[in-house]
Design a protein around this ligand. Structure first.
Ligand SMILES: *[C@@H]1O[C@H](CO)[C@@H](O)[C@H](O)[C@H]1NC(C)=O
Ligand SMILES: *[C@@H]1O[C@H](CO)[C@@H](O)[C@H](O)[C@H]1NC(C)=O
Length: 307
């Protein structure tokens, strides 16, 4: 009798506990779904799929809407050729898309679906056909690509890697806390940041090498630093490559609005995240890629201006 009772009580306690756990799990699942849906960055964290732009996490904050020079529209008729806008993440891809949309009024697409970007000025996220002016990608070229030509946007790896590290930690315009550069996963001698720099540097090199050597279509090379310094001429060069005429008024409007609405605030200027060894590696890889650019231009009889 006593033993049976005890078993019964144990069973009752167990099932009450499991019902409680089940209820707790359901509630947590419910809240994570809500958080997931509310978080405009859920496509961005931890991967390339959120894109390298810097406007993404503003979708649900009280930011002014983007004022476009003219109402954005699809390319009509659609172009038979799809143009890739290639860059390593953190290299100004979103900014260039923004400038192109300002100057032309034509939507730019992406092989990714960044929900934050989609509701904030880039409604053609996940559109990869000729109805958009260019299609953003951070991927290496493959046989199955439908890209007929490509714009390759190159930013120096130091700034690109740092910008993308900030994005991973704080969203598209935030900055990572200093502690993020010190953190070590246990057993590792290197900091996670040092590991990150070396893997990303390899990814940076591979991306550029593949497009410079494996892509057979026309390639237009744009240096981010030149785009910043001489935005008008650099943008005009891209429009020429795209064979897309804009009026002087359109170009003037794009230039008047060239800052966009957000820019990652420069922080940590008192703080140097890169070590001498990292600089050595960065310089080595950067020079290697700049050489590939020179060779590409030599082969295609283009003028030899670099960076
Ligand atoms: C992206 O577009 C494809 C085809 O156009 C569609 O099947 C897919 O569901 C879209 N992805 C997202 C995340 O909306
Ligand atoms: C662009 O404009 C030039 C002259 O201003 C014209 O010759 C050319 O055909 C135009 N190109 C396109 C694609 O409209």
């Amino acid at each position: 009798m006593f033993i049976l009772n005890k078993i019964e009580i144990t069973l009752a306690v167990m099932s009450r506990r499991s019902i409680f756990l089940l209820a707790a799990a359901v509630v947590m699942l419910y809240f994570s779904i809500i958080l997931f849906m509310l978080n405009p960055l859920h496509g961005s964290r931890g991967g390339y799929y959120g894109g390298g732009g810097y406007m993404s996490n503003f979708a649900y904050r009280h930011e002014p809407p983007v004022n476009w020079c003219s109402e954005l529209r699809w390319r009509s008729p659609p172009s038979p050729d799809v143009v890739a806008l290639v860059s390593y993440p953190g290299s100004g891809n979103t900014w260039l898309r923004y400038l192109l949309q300002q100057a032309t009024g034509i939507l730019t697409g992406s092989i990714y679906m960044d929900y934050g970007l989609r509701v904030h000025g880039f409604p053609a996220e996940n559109v990869t056909d000729g109805s958009v002016l260019v299609v953003k990608t951070h991927a290496v070229p493959t046989e199955s690509d439908k890209f007929k030509s490509a714009i390759l946007l190159i930013r120096n790896p130091r700034d690109a890697i740092l910008a993308d590290f900030h994005r991973l930690h704080r969203g598209h315009i935030g900055t990572a806390p200093k502690s993020a550069f010190k953190k070590k996963s246990h057993e590792n001698k290197k900091s996670d940041w040092a590991t990150y720099v070396s893997t990303q540097l390899t990814a940076w090199e591979t991306l550029h090498e593949m497009w410079l050597t494996r892509f057979s279509g026309p390639l237009h090379i744009v240096f981010y630093e030149v785009l910043v310094r001489d935005t008008r001429n650099s943008l005009q060069g891209i429009l020429d490559f795209l064979n897309f005429n804009v009026t002087e008024a359109d170009m003037n409007c794009a230039m008047a609005n060239k800052e966009g609405i957000y820019r990652r605030k420069k922080k940590h200027q008192d703080f140097e995240p890169f070590t001498a060894d990292m600089y050595k590696a960065l310089d080595q890889v950067r020079n290697k890629v700049l050489n590939m650019v020179m060779n590409y231009k030599k082969k295609h009889h283009e003028p030899m201006t670099v960076g």
